[in-house]
Design a protein. Structure first.
Length: 178
């Protein structure tokens, strides 16, 4: 158990760092990577609050739930930022672009969240054999997805126009390959 906790203490920060690196490589923009990555602390907060409300310890299965949760919240954030970027490339004004992208992604994000919650509900309320492993994992994901979906739908679009574009966007031509 102690070895597993020590290994998780190494794997969790590494996975979070890799997520940010992959986001940056994907978008070639610190702004977009930072906006999407902002989902991770909110999701973690939601998972921790859910564990606290259910009076569950931070176990190994909860740690695995956090890793899964980070992937889900980054996916939702990536979809939102990609839509905003796509609408902005069409030449629309920033505010109109953000409102249109957020309203377009509202239904898919909510459906994804509801599917996650409904799919994990049996694990969260289970009392059968093995429930002590399933409950923390499902609780973390459900609590975190609820928190991060709020951020994805409302906060990311609002923050998108606050970031100064010329300071945080690094163009591909600035890279030296060698």
């Amino acid at each position: 158990m102690q070895r597993a906790r020590n290994r998780l203490a190494i794997v969790l920060p590494i996975s979070m760092g890799l997520i940010f690196i992959l986001l940056y490589m994907s978008f070639r923009s610190f702004k977009n990577a930072a906006l999407i990555y902002a989902n991770v602390p909110f999701a973690a907060t939601g998972g921790i609050v859910a564990l606290f409300l259910r009076d569950m310890p931070l176990s190994i299965s909860a740690g695995v739930g956090f890793i899964s949760l980070f992937g889900l919240c980054v996916l939702n954030g990536t979809v939102m930022v990609s839509f905003i970027n796509e609408f902005q490339q069409k030449g629309k004004e920033a505010r109109d672009t953000i409102v249109e992208a957020a309203s377009t992604r509202l239904r898919p994000v909510l459906i994804t969240v509801l599917a996650d919650i409904i799919g994990l509900l049996p694990m969260t309320i289970s009392t059968d054999v093995g429930a002590e492993i399933q409950k923390p994992l499902a609780t973390v994901i459900v609590g975190g997805v609820c928190f991060s979906s709020f951020l994805t739908l409302f906060v990311i679009p609002a923050l998108y126009q606050w970031f100064p574009k010329r300071l945080l966007t690094i163009k591909q031509s600035n890279f030296i390959v060698g």
